[in-house]
Design a protein around this ligand. Sequence first.
Ligand SMILES: CC(C)(COP(=O)(O)OP(=O)(O)OC[C@H]1O[C@@H](n2cnc3c(N)ncnc32)[C@H](O)[C@@H]1OP(=O)(O)O)[C@@H](O)C(=O)NCCC(=O)NCCS
Length: 211
Amino acid sequence: MQAATMRLNQNILLLGKKVVLVPYTSEHVPRYHEWMKSEELQRLTASEPLTLEQEYAMQRSWREDVDKCTFIVLDADKWRAQPASPEESCMAGDVNLFLTDRGDPTLGEIEVMIAEPSCRGRGFGTEAVLMMMSYGVTKLGLTKFEAKIGQDNEPSLRMFRKLHFEQVAVSSVFQEVTLRLTVSQPHRQWLLEQTSHVQEQPYRDGTSEPR
Ligand SMILES: CC(C)(COP(=O)(O)OP(=O)(O)OC[C@H]1O[C@@H](n2cnc3c(N)ncnc32)[C@H](O)[C@@H]1OP(=O)(O)O)[C@@H](O)C(=O)NCCC(=O)NCCS
């Protein structure tokens, strides 16, 4: 299954209440690159700064990667209000799934970043994670999720705990906490209920198509 896994999301858009998830395309790279110049975001996401060229290369490689699934998080209100505008103007962050354990294809590591400060604290991160988990469970056959979070990143730790993740490990070397959610049958039902409003639509690169 893995070989096809990550290209699955290349042509789909997931429409939620607060956020819209779209595949990461070259159109999104300049804004993404701007965000990652922030030292705070580099620290919170444990990322190294890249040049613009490297970011374009990263975007291309993520797209081809068989063990990674990336969506850009758009502000749904802005996206609906400005159908003719480039998506760059409504970008809020990103959400990723990595299949990190080759021995266990049912485990996904999830990462989320709501990079736009004006978009934080409004439920975007929560909805993006729920939508990504629902996608992982229904489309990729995942049954376990992990999140690795800096031990001082209180907002992120709180958000994942509210989503029923539990701490399973602490790395003093990386100063990071691993949280895990095993999707039992009741959890699966809860997740599908939380995301029952989400609509999947076809996505075209550089969406010039009318919405
Ligand atoms: C952490 C992050 C993803 C949360 O997303 P968000 O959209 O701002 O969060 P939500 O509005 O969905 O909030 C969900 C819960 O998270 C917690 N939370 C969010 N922001 C918080 C803050 N500033 N302080 C404390 N708790 C916070 C709360 O428990 C909140 O629930 P509540 O509103 O009922 O209290 C986002 O703030 C972010 O990306 N920050 C910078 C990058 C980062 O840290 N990424 C995570 C790397 S692992």
